[in-house]
Write a protein that binds this ligand. Structure first.
Ligand SMILES: Cc1ncc(COP(=O)(O)O)c(C=O)c1O
Length: 395
């Protein structure tokens, strides 16, 4: 099993090629969560995620000059970057569902990209079946785990008395490496893994104490959409990880938005789960010193407007209200007047007159309204209700 010596050696090897990323104290996130929050900014790492650490170290250990890898995107970029620096030829298999931005970045580092299958599992199956290449596993490999563990060395060398480390979990390589470091250098530090509710193999396996498959659903956290944890990583997690929690897609959208707004940091869904995980467990970590590993920043910019919109709705800053009114002149005017009297800002209106479920003479209006937060939205809704309108919160 990987130990601290291996991880220190990995750090020595990769140091000239990758960034020592900043550990940032966040006053605003501390105030919002009640914990003392630090962020380990691996979104600012070369290639946009910590994945380059493991890929680089693993490929440094190889004698062969031809590698193949399967990835949703970040491991692909790590392998492609390392290959370009180490003079290795890299072929990367990505599922067709991988974000285009990650596909293009991988090509940009000079790797050959092959699109295969719908899921990571399909891409993995194809990659391991190719002859003439050394397969670089994205997580279930001692070299990869040692490389990812270097994130932990940097954190623990910089900050003392950490009560908890929050780490995103896909296949478990990152949490395995970091937990080996933490439990060696600071045994009292709790290791908390975070998964999305849409891909819970590590969560279920950890709690059931046996490896469980869990085919991922579509998720904002594509980087951790892995259907099965590794054998090695499962073993290490069972030994060193204290808890694994899961968070909703709405919570992930909210966390991405918070990073953008409060910290001016671009964080992808897989990297934002740690903030969502702390948020969900605020009481448990109140007044504790916590480090959130912000593992990547390779967000799909074609989706960012939808993610921000989802985050604004989830945090109550945009409300969607449905109101059924008499279909007579002036009804809309009355409704907008009430919303304006509460200083709600109407962003969008849909006026639906022909829906089959509406009685003749009634019309449905759907408002998208900018509000100050959930309570403000409730205040507008209850005033509309108090004035006799049939209202529904569709947020
Ligand atoms: C941004 C990001 N965070 C976290 C992870 C999870 O890493 P692991 O599969 O080692 O658990 C990944 C994996 O690709 C990732 O890309």
């Amino acid at each position: 099993m990987v130990n601290i010596k291996d991880i220190r050696e990995a750090l020595r090897i990769i140091r000239p090629f990758v960034h020592k990323t900043p550990l940032i104290h966040s006053t605003s996130l501390s105030a919002m969560t009640g914990a003392e929050v630090y962020l380990k900014g691996e979104n600012l790492q070369k290639t946009g995620s910590f994945k380059v650490r493991g890929a680089f170290y693993k490929m440094h250990l190889l004698k062969d000059k031809k590698v193949i890898a399967a990835s949703m995107g970040n491991h692909a970029q790590g392998v492609a970057f390392a290959a370009s620096r180490l003079g290795i030829q890299a072929k990367i298999v990505m599922p067709v569902t991988a974000p285009i931005v990650k596909e293009e970045a991988t090509r940009g580092y000079g790797a050959e990209v092959v699109l295969y299958g719908e899921s990571f599992k399909d891409a993995l199956g194809y990659a391991v079946s190719q002859e003439g290449y050394i397969f670089v596993h994205p997580f279930d490999d001692d070299g990869i785990i040692a490389g990812q563990g270097t994130v932990g060395v940097e954190i623990l060398e910089e900050l003392e008395d950490i009560d908890a480390l929050f780490i995103p979990v896909g296949g478990g390589g990152l949490i395995s490496g970091v937990s080996v470091v933490a439990k060696t250098l600071s045994p009292k530090t709790e290791i908390i893994g975070v998964q999305t509710e849409s891909a819970t193999s590590a969560y279920s396996s950890f709690h059931e104490k046996k490896i469980m498959d869990s085919p991922p659903l579509p998720t904002l956290a594509d980087g951790i959409a892995v259907g099965r944890v590794g054998d090695r990583t499962f073993e290490i997690m069972g030994r060193y990880v204290d808890d694994i929690v899961k968070v909703s897609e709405d919570a992930i959208a909210m966390a991405i938005l918070l990073f953008l707004e409060r910290k001016k940091l671009v964080v992808e869904g897989a990297g934002a789960v740690t903030l969502a995980g702390l948020w969900k467990n605020k009481e448990r970590f109140k007044d504790k010193r916590v480090v959130l590993v912000v593992s990547g920043g390779n967000i799909d910019f074609t989706l960012i407007d939808r993610i921000i919109h989802k985050g604004l709705i989830a945090s109550g800053r945009i409300g969607v209200f449905e109101v059924v009114v008499n279909d007579v002149p002036g009804s809309l005017h009355v409704l907008t007047g009430i919303i304006a009297s509460h200083r709600g800002n109407v962003l969008h209106v849909v006026h639906e007159r022909f829906a089959g479920d509406l009685p003749v003479g009634k019309t449905r209006v759907i408002f998208t309204v900018e509000t100050h937060g959930k309570n403000h939205g409730k205040e507008i809704l209850s005033d509309l209700g108090a004035r006799g309108f049939t209202v529904k919160d569709k947020s």
